[in-house]
Design a protein around this ligand. Structure first.
Ligand code: CO
Ligand code: ZN
Length: 339
């Protein structure tokens, strides 16, 4: 538990917007190298592929390393920086937030005066990095510099808040399970893929899936909850266990695959819930459309305030997700399915 929390702190602290996953990949690679696994490779788009196990069928697991962020687009005479979003950044909650750019420069987001709430838009916002003028600003943050929220990870008892929990928590789940199974005899070739550019369109997963050509895909990612005041009518609650994906915008889990996941969870008394997410998608959406089609699903970690600076998870859900992932890749049920 303590080791997991330290790993969450370590991975969430890294600056890694889509397209800039080098640093997070190096940290994950270091963790993997401790295990002396032979098969480690990287794709041209930066995904890290770690393969363990043997057997005829291949399972591709995917957790994305990238996080949402911003990108500098324009600097005015006085040195104020305009920016665009990388992934689903909501304009609400941006005012006053701190930004860290990939080159280490910090700044804060503020807004032009807004007289009526309906005038509030992304275009009104700017980043102040404390530069005196355009030349000084452009030296520190040239146009085209990527950045992310600058917000630390805080442990609130059994729950944890941080920026980039989406999807560093999926990476943590995969690393923890990898550590448990890497020296066991597995009935499948299991590809642990730490993907890139999920937040801008599942790009690292799409290309990795083409390369691997798996028989099954499982993404490890966050999902929303319906348990906050006047929240979405969604039957997923923080702390109620791993969420087995039924459907989102990018994927319908094949009913046979869903049934096996439910059966395995029940056999092992793993706390689970069925998830229908009416917005968003995950890497599984890209994986399942590969070649002739790959039966795929998602084991989701319920998360409040997704895509904000403080995304909240519950450690019980993390444990349940790890347990179900370990179960499905170490038992033969999945491989016995006929499609
Ligand atoms: Co996301
Ligand atoms: Zn995600």
């Amino acid at each position: 538990m303590k080791g997991t929390i330290n790993l969450i702190k370590k991975l969430t602290s890294i600056v890694g917007p889509s397209g800039y996953e080098d640093e997070i990949r190096e940290v994950i690679k270091k963790e993997v190298k401790k295990l002396k696994i032979k098969h480690i490779e990287e794709t041209p788009l930066g995904a890290l592929i770690v393969k363990v196990g043997s057997g005829k069928k291949k399972i591709m697991l995917a957790g994305h390393m990238d996080e949402i962020g911003i990108l500098s687009t324009h600097i005015d005479k006085k040195g104020f920086i305009r920016f665009a979003n990388i992934g689903g950044v909501s304009k609400y909650g941006l005012i006053g937030s701190r930004i860290k750019f990939v080159n280490g420069v910090s700044g804060l987001i503020s807004t032009e005066p807004i007289k009526k709430p309906e005038q509030f838009s992304f275009e009104k916002l700017y980043i102040d990095i404390g530069a005196k003028n355009k030349t000084a600003a452009a030296k520190l943050v040239p146009v085209g510099t990527f950045g992310v929220f600058d917000k630390e990870c805080v442990v609130l008892g059994n729950r944890i808040i941080s920026k980039a929990m989406d999807d560093r928590i999926g990476c943590v789940v995969m690393l923890n399970v990898l550590k448990k199974v890497y020296n066991k005899k597995l009935p499948y070739q299991v590809y642990f893929v730490f993907t890139t550019q999920e937040e801008v369109g599942l790009r690292g997963a799409k290309t990795s899936a083409f390369k691997i050509d798996p028989d099954f895909g499982i993404a490890l990612d966050v999902t929303g909850t319906g348990d906050t005041p006047e929240g979405y009518k969604m039957a997923v609650n923080l702390g109620d266990g791993v969420a087995i994906k039924v459907k989102d915008r990018s994927l319908i889990t094949h009913p046979k695959l869903k049934d096996v996941c439910v059966k395995l969870a029940e056999e092992k008394n793993i706390k689970y819930q069925l998830e229908i997410l009416e917005w968003g998608g995950t890497d599984a959406g890209a994986i399942h459309l590969t070649r002739a089609g790959i039966p795929s699903t998602v084991f989701s970690i319920p998360t409040r305030y997704i895509h904000s600076q403080s995304e909240m998870i519950d450690m019980d859900d993390v444990k349940a997700t790890e347990a179900l992932l370990e179960k499905i890749i170490t038992t033969k049920d999945l491989g016995n399915l006929k499609f």
